[in-house]
Ligand binder design. Structure first.
Ligand SMILES: *Cc1c(COP(=O)(O)O)cnc(C)c1O
Length: 377
């Protein structure tokens, strides 16, 4: 690529077509996809319901701005929220977290937010400032002030939650940070400390949400009730979208003129999200859970005992295979490309798997077999 800033190190092929859980590149190789476009295309690449809804909308109108009523936006918000919540739509995960950060400061009248080391919340200034990864922040200082960091799953973090904080932001499973699963008891202590001190709990479900872990949002499996939830990635199955969901009482701080975006809640992305959420039924989530059980049995049986693997972490269709230092995850990913399997990495030499939620057991097994084959070499 000659005309684009080199902000990404890209693999040397272009995925030009997709069907179901397969992607085909410009050299006629067809890959089994264990990435979902980084946790986005959970319903694969040719989902009829989403395709029909987007193409029907495409024929009517694409964009109208937020100056007018938008019934489709309200419908999707209704699908996303419970009766005590409201949604704000934007275009990405980082924007959803920006909205959450702004709302938390404005509603509480306080400024400081506690975030966690190895957390990831996005690349714009607010979200980057909340991201506990110096590699991502380096060279971009000064960052947004009044952000503090603690270690994830660390008891000492609980003591840092006092009434001076506006909010605590966290992922219940740190995705980019290496697929680190939050300890349920620790997360509940964080929530209790937030409640005690009138601190808002923001849960970033950008990667873990919309069925990825087997429930609509991952925090449900940790018995949590956040004040603010952020969503993006899989919400539009590939159309650009983000959403911030918050408790209704927060609306007093987000009145007309306080926050906004031109594209947020546009009708094409809303049509896609409507199709995603319509299919995210209890039955569908149950099928994800049962397929995930199969996947984890496969991983525990075939991959975990391997001497090149130190551990496997994750939940549902979100998996981190932790490799020993001698085996570079980038080499494993490249070798898997030769076997026509697409996979991802995460921090700390982690091979990350985020297969589409529609993948059947046969293909899940095939992917695991290919990983086994490459690790054996
Ligand atoms: C990907 C991600 C983001 C950022 O989303 P963008 O759409 O890339 O801005 C934020 N939080 C988490 C947990 C993510 O995984």
């Amino acid at each position: 690529m000659k005309h684009v800033f080199p902000t990404y190190s890209r693999f040397p092929f272009d995925l030009v077509e997709g069907h179901d859980v397969y992607l085909t590149d410009d050299q006629q190789n067809t890959y089994l996809d264990f990435t979902s476009g980084i946790g986005v295309c959970s319903f694969g690449y040719s989902n009829k319901i989403i395709q029909d809804k987007v193409s029907d909308q495409l024929k009517k109108v694409w964009h109208t701005s937020n100056l007018y009523e938008n019934q489709l936006q309200d419908k999707v918000a209704g699908q996303l929220c419970n009766d005590d919540q409201l949604a704000f739509f934007c275009n990405s995960g980082t924007e959803a977290n920006e909205a959450a950060f702004k709302l938390a400061r404005k509603y509480t009248g306080k400024t400081t937010v506690l975030a966690f080391n190895n957390g990831f919340h996005g690349r714009t200034y607010g979200s980057m400032s909340l991201t506990g990864n110096p590699d991502i922040q380096k060279g971009f200082e000064p960052l947004v002030p009044d952000v503090e960091f603690a270690n994830y799953n660390d008891e000492k973090a609980i003591d840092l939650i006092d009434s001076n904080l506006a909010a605590v932001i966290l992922e219940v499973i740190q995705g980019e940070g290496g697929v680190v699963v939050g300890d349920k008891e620790w997360l509940q202590k964080v929530q209790a400390a937030c409640h005690e001190n009138q601190v808002l709990l923001i849960i970033d479900e950008v990667q873990t949400g919309i069925g990825r872990t087997g429930s609509k949002f991952a925090f449900e499996q940790f018995d949590l009730q956040p004040d603010i939830i952020t969503s993006a990635k899989a919400l539009g199955n590939g159309t650009p979208i983000g959403a911030m969901i918050g408790n209704k009482e927060l609306a007093s701080a987000f009145g007309p003129g306080t926050h906004g975006t031109t594209f947020g809640g546009n009708k094409l992305s809303m049509a896609a999200a409507n199709g995603v959420l319509e299919q995210l039924t209890p039955d569908f989530l149950e099928s994800v859970q049962s397929k995930a059980e199969f996947l984890w049995d496969q991983l525990n049986e075939k991959i975990k005992p391997f001497d090149k693997v130190t551990s496997i972490s994750g939940l549902g269709f979100m998996v981190g295979i932790h490799l020993i230092d001698d085996v570079a995850v980038s080499d494993v990913i490249s070798e898997l490309h030769k076997q026509c399997l697409l996979t991802l990495s995460a921090k700390h030499n982690t091979l990350r798997l985020l297969p589409p939620l529609i993948m059947d057991e046969k293909n899940l097994e095939k992917g695991v077999e290919l990983i086994l084959e490459v690790l054996t070499k």
